[in-house]
Design a protein around this ligand. Structure first.
Ligand code: AMP
Ligand code: GLY
Length: 420
């Protein structure tokens, strides 16, 4: 079959790498792709957020199946446009993707589903929000309602930070995404991510992961999109995963179906775990980036069969073949990230690295310049490895990192520290 993946980061490189290994995949196109993806698939320049353009591209290129990587096309209704045109697609409708696109909506659904999550209040007025925060006191969490590229959340340890955060959000720092705020109780505990495939009805867990949001070793410095990840997450034991499935994920999915907006795709549940109890921090309507890279490394070619079972509503008959393995990815970023950084520095040494089912460098932000690989973003490479133990995956990943010659890049040296 002919397959189109929308997106151009490390997540989409990992999806392409896994899907390409499945014999059902005849032709693979990724839009827009990147220099690493170009080595295994055709890259196309269609705008992934333009539903009509994506449908037209699929018709011209006889595409049988579309996999949507990032959240923006989901929120823009690209999955709806594809389904309306009769094209098989992996990813939720715009209405179902509101579980990521609106934090207030998610809270409303959690209330209806009685899913354990932080207590909250919502406001569209600065003065009322400030009065509430002042009355509640710190620590407290202030969130812009809409999509803000991971930047609309202020975990305020002091009242002043919370009030400044409200000024920033209502001052327009996140545009329309900040027209409303959700103010949440601060939850303590250890965070982990739980990934569940959903075909509207059936829920099938496909793995757990932990990422590292802070830029610096020892979880210091500003927040990023994620500096590394590993799977499985030891804190998300089988018992806690079952609890999260029974009390959080299934009731949420049932509520979405009850409302006539069933969810179809991967549901990424960010959980806070304390004393054996999981509460929901947030949902995302897509795979995590870089969490997807470690999941793909572990699942391999069967991913295509699973994603097709979701799109065709056949998840009840699908099975995941688990290996008792571990995977880790280390993000190499451009100096300065997550602040200002330069693009266009040359990355050498990639050709000499192993590329097999245990070792893979996924490209997140690169471009090809007549055979030279240049950095083209903040997060640039995802150096990913698999092993029988996390220690083995760690050793393999950092051995590859040490083989990469890129003076303008950096990475954290302590990915996996909690589990190691
Ligand atoms: P979100 O975009 O909702 O995932 O928030 C980003 C990060 O803020 C999360 O990964 C948590 O580390 C933190 N966070 C969000 N909500 C809470 C909360 N209610 N209590 C504690 N930390 C939170
Ligand atoms: N790594 C966090 C995310 O993808 O949202």
């Amino acid at each position: 079959m002919n397959i189109l993946i929308l997106g151009g980061g490390g997540r989409e490189h990992a999806l392409a790498w896994a899907i390409k290994q499945n014999p059902k995949c005849d032709k693979l196109i990724v839009a827009p792709g990147n220099a690493g993806i170009a080595a295994i698939a055709e890259c196309a320049s269609v705008n992934p957020e333009d539903g009509a353009a994506v449908v037209a591209f699929c018709e011209e290129n006889a595409i049988d199946f579309v996999v949507i990587g990032p959240e923006a096309p989901l929120a823009a209704g690209v999955a709806d446009a594809l389904r309306a045109a009769g094209i098989l697609c992996f990813g939720p409708s715009a209405e179902a993707a509101r579980l990521e696109a609106s934090k207030a909506f998610t809270k409303e659904i959690c209330d209806a589903a009685k899913a354990p999550t932080a207590g909250y209040a919502r406001f569209d007025d600065l003065a009322a929000a400030k009065a509430y925060v002042t009355e509640q006191g710190a620590p407290i969490v202030v969130k812009a309602d809409g999509l803000a590229a991971g930047k609309g959340v202020i975990v305020a340890m002091t009242l002043a930070e919370a009030l400044d955060g409200l000024d920033e959000i209502f001052g327009g720092a996140f545009g329309a995404a900040g027209a409303e705020v959700v103010i949440e109780e601060f939850m303590e505990g250890e965070e982990a991510s739980f990934f569940v495939l959903v075909d509207g009805e059936t829920c099938l867990p496909i793995g757990t992961a932990q990422d590292h949001k802070r830029v610096g070793d020892g979880d210091t410095g500003p927040n990023t999109g994620g500096m590394g990840a590993y799977s499985p997450a030891p804190v998300l034991t089988d018992a806690i995963a079952q609890q999260a499935l029974d009390l959080i994920v299934r009731p949420t999915m049932a509520e979405m179906a009850r409302r006539g907006t069933p969810y179809q795709g991967v549901l990424y549940a960010g959980l806070m775990i304390k004393d054996g109890v999981a509460r929901l921090v947030e949902y995302n309507a897509r795979f995590g980036d870089p969490e997807c890279q470690v999941l793909m490394m572990r699942l391999g070619a069967q991913v295509l069969d699973l994603l097709l079972a979701v799109a065709e509503g056949r998840l009840a008959e699908a099975r995941v073949n688990w290996a008792d393995d571990h995977a880790m990815t280390v993000v190499m970023a451009a100096a300065g990230y997550p602040g200002a950084y330069a693009k266009g520095s040359e990355i050498k040494g990639l050709d000499a690295l192993p590329e097999d089912s245990f070792n893979m460098v996924f490209h997140a932000g690169t471009k090809d310049d007549h055979g030279r690989i240049l950095s083209n973003g903040g997060r640039v490479l995802n150096v990913t490895a698999r092993g029988a133990t996390l220690a083995e995956a760690h050793a393999r990943a950092y051995a590859m990192v040490d083989g990469i010659d890129w003076p303008e890049g950096f990475c954290r040296r302590d990915i996996g520290w909690r589990a190691l």
